[in-house]
Design a protein around this ligand. Structure first.
Ligand SMILES: Cc1cc2nc3c(=O)[nH]c(=O)nc-3n(C[C@@H](O)[C@H](O)[C@H](O)COP(=O)(O)OP(=O)(O)OC[C@H]3O[C@@H](n4cnc5c(N)ncnc54)[C@H](O)[C@@H]3O)c2cc1C
Length: 290
């Protein structure tokens, strides 16, 4: 299949890209093209104008800024995956990226494209949710920072006006008393998740959990933070009994659907099993001092 005809624009500066979006109502941003181009080829998307972000200055970088790691939206997923700064400060992101498609798709696909595309079975929105990422959005004359709970609205729908561009995402560094886990169930390596789970646990000197984040993908239209699992862990030692109870609690927080890949019931069961595994991974990393 070939896409419907479109005009191609390759701005060099962010202001230029924003001006094009403002002037061309039927425009769409092109990042790595790994989701948009197939959609255009199948004629599921028919933008009249493509505004390519690939040559825009300053959108592809990885920087440690104080206690945060800031990644430009156009940074290729493979560059994030192989970055020493990310491996050191945000290893959960590296673990999750290994599940995003295949190395070839990751050399083109961008971190911003994946977040803006917001596929409900996608891994990066789940990591952004677990780590309370800050999504930086530029619009006409104004830049705002959006939290994941506000950004991910519905399947393939985010809180971006058609004149806005996601320019960067920043993550807090994973500290010394913090363990993380990422688990995913899919039919074959590189496939979208049937269920995926990101867990982050902080523990005090007495072994009690002082911070817990449990985020799931594939179980609702947007990433879900399990309030039940997190509340069950906070303030307690991370023994097997607590972890089992927390994993069971996710069932009350998710709303999975059935599709050709899995029934809602199976997803609900697997969400619990894969949460347990992610929590055990996170606890193990903390115990090993990483
Ligand atoms: C074989 C294959 C397997 C894959 N498997 C997975 C998988 O397992 N998990 C997964 O998560 N993904 C998977 N993907 C998709 C992933 O690779 C894409 O990279 C990602 O979904 C989109 O990123 P992109 O940079 O290619 O964006 P594009 O395809 O260029 O754009 C996607 C959408 O986001 C918008 N957009 C892009 N950048 C911005 C921005 N900065 N600001 C605002 N809007 C923007 C575009 O307008 C478009 O609507 C797979 C793709 C392929 C080809």
């Amino acid at each position: 299949m070939k896409p419907a005809p479109f005009a191609y624009h390759a701005p060099r500066r962010l202001e230029e890209a924003l001006a094009l979006l403002g002037a061309l109502p039927e425009a769409k941003l092109l990042a790595g093209g790994q989701s948009l181009i197939p959609m255009m080829n199948f004629r599921l998307a028919r933008p009249q104008h493509l505004v390519d972000l690939a040559r825009v200055d300053g959108l592809a970088s990885i920087r440690a800024v104080g206690e945060r790691i800031e990644i430009g939206a156009m940074t290729r997923q493979a560059a994030v995956e192989t970055s020493a700064v990310v491996r050191d400060g945000c290893p959960l992101l590296v673990d999750a990226l290994r599940h995003v498609g295949h190395y070839a798709s990751r050399t083109r696909g961008t971190i911003g494209g994946s977040l803006a595309h917001a596929d409900p079975a996608s891994e990066l929105p789940v990591v952004a949710s677990a780590l309370d990422a800050e999504l930086v959005v530029a619009g006409p004359g104004v830049t705002r920072v959006v939290a994941p709970a506000e950004f991910f609205r519905a399947p393939l729908t985010v809180a971006l006006d058609r004149r806005e561009i996601l320019t960067a995402v920043s993550f807090a560094r994973i500290g010394p008393r913090v363990g993380w886990g990422f688990t995913e169930l899919n039919r074959r390596h590189g496939g979208f998740a049937i269920v995926c789970v990101a867990a982050v646990l902080e523990v005090d000197g007495a072994g009690r959990c002082t911070k817990a984040a449990v985020a799931l993908g594939g179980v609702a239209g947007v990433p879900v933070r399990s309030a039940g699992a997190e509340a069950g862990l906070l303030g307690h030692p991370l023994d097997d009994r607590r972890i089992d109870a927390a994993a069971a609690a996710v069932a009350g927080d998710i709303d999975p659907g059935s599709d050709l890949h899995a029934s809602a019931e199976y997803r609900r069961e697997m969400a619990q099993a894969f949460t347990r595994r992610a929590l055990v991974q996170a606890r193990g990393r903390f115990q090993e001092g990483r």
